[in-house]
Design a protein around this ligand. Structure first.
Ligand code: NAD
Length: 560
């Protein structure tokens, strides 16, 4: 493989401050965010260039990484670097409104879009897995997913007729880069949660970073702790080391016997990639070798374990719990593993998130290139002042300010919608211009957003008009962001649900305090969420129609 582990390399850390070595802030920001993705505080396995989500990489190899950094430093303000699956492949003369970087990751022609073919090409050094924000350089550590997970669990509470999760117990698995946000998201919603991970080091890391209260290797202790917390109505998170395919069925037996009362069940193991899901019977220490030596046999075993895991989830649903798929394709993998009722429970988007997408609401995030946490505190206050009527936003930003441990460059995320995001972006740009902030702000988002993804097992599951697999929308989103002045734009395949199952796009725009940046920000941060409203209008969602009318989005066939 082209991906070589170079143990002697010093850890990567993005430069901080208001001085740049690149010739534009667009190029400097892209470089710092690439580096930030590989900062050991941020990346799950930086030595392998893996940022999160199984094998989601920031660059194809260390040689490619070095070449990207060098090229960005030399790039003229009217040039654009093209990156093909983590490798810099060309620099072209464009213009200053054009993105400084255009990225395409992991894309394959339809009939070839399978994991074995992808891995064959990856092994040849021809491609890499970009996940969503790994290969597009806007991953901000576990916080990025924390807010979305917080929003989801708040919606779960509402769907149960509760104001919060106080007095409930949630069971989940997977404490990795994304999944590690689950325990804190539940406790921020005042609930109790038990999280299973097969790899003790992942649970330890979540405790160190304040995302998990405690963990144990003993299931009895874990069950006693969370049951006591539920009974007392306390917010408490407990991790337990174990394989979810064994622990979930064990707990289901206790649920049915009345020994434990689990209210909500989900999962965020890396099920989208069968080689990143550990089957029953293989020790963690032998995981990599077993997956590498016989990927096909490992895949079969992983799917069989996922079938047991998902069968237990369906069992919990049959026993009255609220059960949902958390966007990792585990239902499909379990079905491939022979479990027929895998799709008995819904995905989290149709169950809880779609109403927000209809308004173009989604994961707006920003990063302080100064490296100064005070810049994030100031922008938090600015966002609260801009949207004083949004109580949920205020609660989130206040709690995040108190509890979120920054990983890498200080960053923040909150969900904002169409005709909201640009107001925040413009305010940040003014604060950079006035010197109120110590350096430029990078503004981006997850690919998991209202208008930027086609993913029939996740974001576009069960669309009202059946258009789940239509992938024109994310491509239009990327083209529009390119035309609107984004600093870098990306088109990926696979993401959180795996090869063959999604196409998605990202954009990042830099607020460097200039008038030009303000013009770009106004367009990009209006148009980008606008495509989410457009997509949901087209699919027939009434709230999206209302939003388009109220907020003056021109849709040529709105009333037909
Ligand atoms: P990760 O690879 O960092 O972590 C996965 C974790 O699962 C690891 O800690 C691993 O030890 C654990 N695990 C694997 N097999 C297990 C088993 N059998 N039992 C218990 N634990 C097991 O991945 P991540 O970044 O945390 O992402 C997790 C999944 O969520 C991925 O499939 C990803 O694509 C998906 N995802 C969902 C969303 C969303 O919005 N819902 C967003 C991003 C990613």
């Amino acid at each position: 493989s082209d991906v070589v582990n170079t143990p002697a390399r010093p850890p990567v850390r993005a430069p901080r401050g208001a001085e740049r070595t690149a010739k534009s802030w667009g190029a400097e920001a892209a470089k710092r965010m690439l580096m930030n993705n590989l900062d050991p505080e941020v990346a799950e396995h930086p030595e392998d260039l893996v940022v999160y989500g199984g094998t989601g990489r920031a660059a194809r190899s260390w040689a490619a990484y070095d070449a990207i950094v060098r090229t960005l430093d030399e790039l003229e303000p009217d040039e654009t670097l093209l990156v093909q699956s983590g490798k810099p492949v060309g620099v072209f003369r464009t213009h200053e409104w054009a993105p400084r970087v255009l990225i395409a990751n992991s894309n394959l022609v339809g009939d070839w879009a399978t994991w074995p073919e992808f891995r064959r090409l990856e092994e040849l050094g021809l491609t890499m897995y970009g996940q969503m924000t790994a290969g597009s350089w806007i991953y901000i550590g576990t916080q990025g997913i924390l807010q979305g997970t917080y929003e989801t669990f708040a919606a779960v509470a509402r769907s149960l007729g509760r104001e919060s999760l106080a007095g409930t117990l949630t069971l989940t698995a997977g404490a990795g880069g994304m999944g590690g946000a689950q325990p804190l998201a539940v406790t921020l919603n005042d609930g109790a949660v038990l999280i299973v991970d097969v790899d003790e080091s992942r649970l330890r890391r979540r405790v160190e970073h304040g995302y998990l209260d405690e963990y144990t290797t003993d299931l009895e202790t874990a069950v006693a702790r969370v049951s006591a917390a539920k009974a007392a109505g306390e917010a408490r998170s407990v991790g337990v080391v174990g394989n979810a395919a064994e622990v979930f069925p064990e707990l289901l037996g206790r649920q049915v016997a009345g020994e434990i009362a689990i209210d909500i069940v989900t999962d965020q193991t890396s099920a989208h990639d069968p080689l990143a899901y550990l089957p029953i019977g293989i020790p963690v220490a032998e995981w990599k070798d077993a997956a590498a030596s016989d990927p096909a046999a490992f895949t079969d075993r992983a799917r069989a374990s996922m079938a047991a895991h998902v069968a237990a989830m369906v069992g919990f649903q049959d026993a009255g719990a609220a059960v949902f798929d958390y966007g990792n394709s585990i239902r499909r993998e379990a079905e491939l593993g022979g479990f027929e009722r895998a799709f008995a429970f819904p995905g989290f988007v149709p169950a809880y998130i779609r109403p927000q997408f209809e308004e173009g609401r989604g994961p707006f995030r920003w990063v302080a290139l100064s490296g100064d946490p005070a810049d994030i505190a100031k922008t938090d206050r600015a966002v609260m002042e801009l949207f004083p009527a949004d109580a949920g936003l205020r609660r989130w930003l206040t709690r995040a300010g108190e509890t979120v441990h920054f990983e890498g460059l200080p960053a923040r995320i909150c969900w904002l919608g169409y005709k909201e995001r640009h107001l925040a972006g413009l305010r940040f740009n003014e604060m950079v211009a006035s010197g109120e902030l110590a350096g430029p702000i990078v503004i981006g988002r997850d690919h998991l957003d209202a208008g930027s993804v086609a993913s029939p097992y996740r974001e576009t599951e069960a669309m009202a008009d059946g258009s789940d697999a239509i992938a024109d929308w994310p491509l239009l989103n990327a083209l529009l962001n390119t035309a609107s002045g984004a600093s870098w734009v990306s088109i990926h395949h696979g993401g959180g649900v795996g090869i063959g199952r999604s196409i998605h796009a990202g954009q990042v725009t830099v607020a460097d305090g200039t008038d030009l940046a303000a013009e770009k920000i106004e367009r990009v941060l209006t148009n980008d969420p606008g495509t989410g409203v457009m997509r949901h209008v087209d699919a027939g969602y009434e709230r999206a129609r209302e939003v388009a009318r109220e907020r003056r989005l021109t849709i040529p066939m709105l009333d037909t």
